[in-house]
Design a protein around this ligand. Structure first.
Ligand SMILES: O=C(O)CCCC[C@@H]1SC[C@H]2[C@@H]1NC(=O)N2C(=O)OCc1ccccc1
Length: 121
């Protein structure tokens, strides 16, 4: 089953993501509204940019980067779009959240890894 990422998605945390049109090269942009944050600052919508495989739209892999607009950190997501027999799509992803370390001495402790499942809203 074919999967193009354009549209609205929600993950198991309740974070929402809107992906714009995917161009011929597979590139896309969008917006990410996280449900959680490590910072005390108010959460704001943040821009994302990424690309998916479009040469073969059968369960394509993709990646995208979120540059958080309310903190100094960045998250990269990588994953694959799976479609079940009923046509229901899920994005199975893993992410790396990079916080801004105060110094090189804190570099070891600045990256968090996790998994994430998105479904269409
Ligand atoms: O704090 C900052 O500096 C900026 C904001 C960082 C938000 C992070 S990025 C990975 C994680 C958090 N939001 C989100 O949707 N995540 C995610 O997808 O986690 C998936 C998940 C689902 C259930 C349980 C735990 C994690």
């Amino acid at each position: 089953r074919k999967c193009i990422l354009t549209g609205d998605w929600q993950n198991d945390l309740g974070s929402n993501m809107t992906i714009s049109a995917v161009n011929g090269a597979g590139q896309f942009s969008g917006l990410y509204l996280t449900a959680v944050s490590a910072t005390e600052k108010p959460i704001l919508v943040s821009p994302l940019n990424g690309s998916q495989h479009v040469d073969n739209l059968e369960q394509p892999t993709f990646g995208f980067t979120v540059k958080w607009s309310f903190s100094d950190s960045t998250t990269v997501f990588v994953g694959q779009c799976f479609t079940d027999d009923h046509g229901k799509e899920t994005l199975q992803t893993m992410w790396l959240l990079r916080d801004k370390a105060k110094s090189m001495d804190d570099n070891w402790n600045a990256t968090t890894v996790g998994t994430n499942v998105f479904t269409r809203i």
